[in-house]
Design a protein. Structure first.
Length: 605
């Protein structure tokens, strides 16, 4: 570790707005006057371990010929190749601007004497597909994106990477692809959206989802819902609360894989453009030092990420994604680690959905770095973990100033919103392999109610909107797990409808599916084993009494072991819904949610 710490000390000055305006929109190529008439055979330099076999020597003339067509000049073949993984797409506001950011990262790599090559991967939109069959592809896309980054980078021989993500699944996917390749790399967050405004208040996409529930109980008219719909999304960027996107961006920065404050910048800002340019330059310094992602993404670094997720009041999805990212990094992270870290880590940030503030408001008071410094000084972070700056966490934070005394978004450590984690790992006769609850404390810590059982999200949503779900019910949505869905859909539509109907403290929600970062209330997801595998959730009947106890960390149905065995013998597995295509392939390969719902497993010798 000490040798690694001494490898590099990266200085990353921010660029002025004027300089940014002068940056080319396309990656920089060498001028014609600098081009040489021929390519000389050469040995493989240390910084070109992967690109040299692709382009060096007379035998590689066909490769060079094709690369000339995409903009390579003679001198470029002697430079390290930096892959710029862009998740640009028009399908969602979260990623609609990332093509411009990718070219800024390319310009930074080129300015540091690398040769940047921009390539694209997919993204899907949770917010658009939520509550439909299409949402089954959301978590699947995480695996597709990680696979594509690995495939392109390994095939093309990139020596280092910058990956730019802007939505829930493509961010952990970028880290998973980077971890598999283990080549010097920096992750850049595409940035948060600015809030919409309606009736003098900040609003976002969750406001729209909850407006649907409010309309169902006749608290909002159709015209009022439409007005909120039109104002909620003013432009590019990821959803504006401490939902999964901003949460994962913060976790990745705490992990050490982003430059300082990359997680706390608006999507459309000079700071975000400068962040991308600096990331491109940083990859070259990482290459020179041979500092690789797995040198950074240690068990202690994942504990830092987990601590920051809790302090921010983050998403249940963070559990799933951190498990998957750790798996790809060869780190043994378990559900028990979330309990262990959660017992000592307070919730400090009053951010949406459970709190009041938006991400843009956190940016205004200083972003993530002052919070990390608070946690470090309290002994809650590992300060000696390396980061992509080449410095340790403690070194990066040494000059960070505290939040303004007047701010009310981040509480002091001695006045937390909750003294321990809101992300509670539950076990019991309904979840023998674990489940993940999001208990902010506002709902209380214990719920006892009668099961209302549904075989799909759509069935549950309709009954909630119809008013059939009432105070004291535990809504159970099963067969929505990784294999059973397949795809483990997020339950934002029904949980938002519950909140919109004013039942947030009176109705609990239990599922083998997932929750959006925007979900709040008494919610328990990731129940394992999932119902499609014959897990206890599959055995529930309407009217069964369920107890969710966050203090005891248990979720149980009031049935004897003998009764559960009797029901298990009578249970029949549902028919497979998809027999071909990516969902069928995913269902065959995917692991349990308690292991991160991954499709890439370490091969045993």
């Amino acid at each position: 570790m000490q040798k690694l710490k001494a490898k590099i000390q990266v200085k990353l000055p921010l660029l002025s707005t004027k300089k940014l305006a002068l940056m080319p929109k396309q990656p920089i190529s060498a001028p014609k006057s600098a081009r040489r008439p021929a390519i000389r055979a050469q040995s493989k330099p240390a910084m070109r371990n992967f690109s040299a076999p692709v382009v060096d020597g007379v035998a590689r003339a066909p490769s060079r010929s094709m690369l000339r067509a995409v903009g390579f000049a003679d001198d470029d073949f002697n430079k390290p190749q930096i892959g710029i993984a862009s998740t640009w797409s028009q399908v969602t506001p979260c990623n609609m601007h990332i093509d411009r950011l990718a070219h800024q990262a390319a310009a930074g790599a080129n300015a540091a004497h690398g040769k940047a090559v921009v390539f694209n991967t997919i993204t899907v939109s949770d917010g658009i597909s939520m509550g439909t069959e299409g949402m089954k592809y959301s978590l699947v896309s995480r695996e597709v994106i990680a696979d594509s980054i690995e495939a392109v980078s390994a095939c093309q021989g990139f020596d280092a990477l910058v990956a730019i993500g802007g939505c829930d699944k493509n961010m952990p996917a970028c880290i998973m692809g980077i971890a598999r390749l283990n080549r010097p790399a920096v992750f850049v967050y595409g940035g948060t959206i600015l809030p919409g405004r309606h009736n003098g208040k900040n609003i976002d996409i969750i406001t729209v989802f909850e407006a649907v529930g409010a309309h169902a109980r006749k608290h909002l008219s159709q015209q009022q819902v439409t007005a909120i719909e039109r104002a909620a999304i003013p432009g590019p960027g990821s959803c504006g609360g401490m939902y999964t996107a901003n949460n994962m961006a913060s976790a990745i920065e705490a992990l050490g894989m982003s430059l300082p404050n990359s997680s706390a910048q608006a999507a459309v800002s000079d700071e975000k453009s400068a962040d991308c340019f600096a990331a491109g330059k940083a990859t070259m310094r990482l290459l020179k030092a041979n500092l690789k992602p797995r040198d950074i993404m240690t068990k202690q670094a994942f504990e830092n990420a987990l601590t920051v997720v809790i302090a921010l009041g983050g998403s249940t999805n963070a559990v799933l994604h951190l498990l998957a990212m750790a798996s790809a990094s060869g780190v043994k992270l378990k559900l028990s680690d979330f309990t262990r870290i959660g017992k000592r880590t307070p919730v400090l940030a009053d951010l949406r959905p459970s709190g009041a503030a938006t991400m843009s408001e956190l940016i205004e008071i200083g972003g993530l770095q002052p919070l990390m410094k608070m946690l470090l000084e309290a002994g809650l972070l590992h300060g000696d973990c390396l980061t992509v700056t080449g410095k340790t966490v403690a070194q990066n934070l040494s000059r960070v100033k505290p939040y303004p005394k007047s701010q009310r978004i981040v509480r002091p450590l001695n006045q937390p919103i909750k003294s321990s984690s809101h992300l509670v790992i539950l076990y019991g006769n309904l979840a023998p392999e674990g489940a993940v609850a999001k208990i902010s404390g506002k709902e209380g810590s214990k719920f006892v109610g009668k099961a209302r059982v549904f075989a799909s999200e759509e069935q549950a949503l309709q009954k909630i909107l119809d008013g059939a779900v009432r105070s004291g019910d535990v809504v159970v949505v099963r067969y929505e797990g990784p294999k059973g869905g397949p795809g483990m859909r997020e339950m934002l539509s029904p949980t938002a409808a519950i909140m919109g109907r004013g039942l947030g403290k009176e109705v609990a929600f239990l599922t083998d599916g997932r929750f959006s970062g925007g979900s709040h209330g008494f919610v328990v997801g990731h129940v394992t084993p999932e119902a499609a595998l014959g897990g206890p959730l599959a055995l529930l009947k309407n009217g069964d009494t369920i107890t969710i106890d966050a203090d005891k960390r248990e979720v149980n149905v009031h049935l004897s072991a003998a009764e559960l065995r009797t029901r298990a013998r009578a249970w029949k597995a549902p028919k497979v819904k998809y027999k071909r295509g990516v969902l069928a392939k995913y269902a065959r390969l995917v692991s349990s949610a308690s292991l991160g719902a991954v499709t890439d497993f370490a091969q045993e010798n």
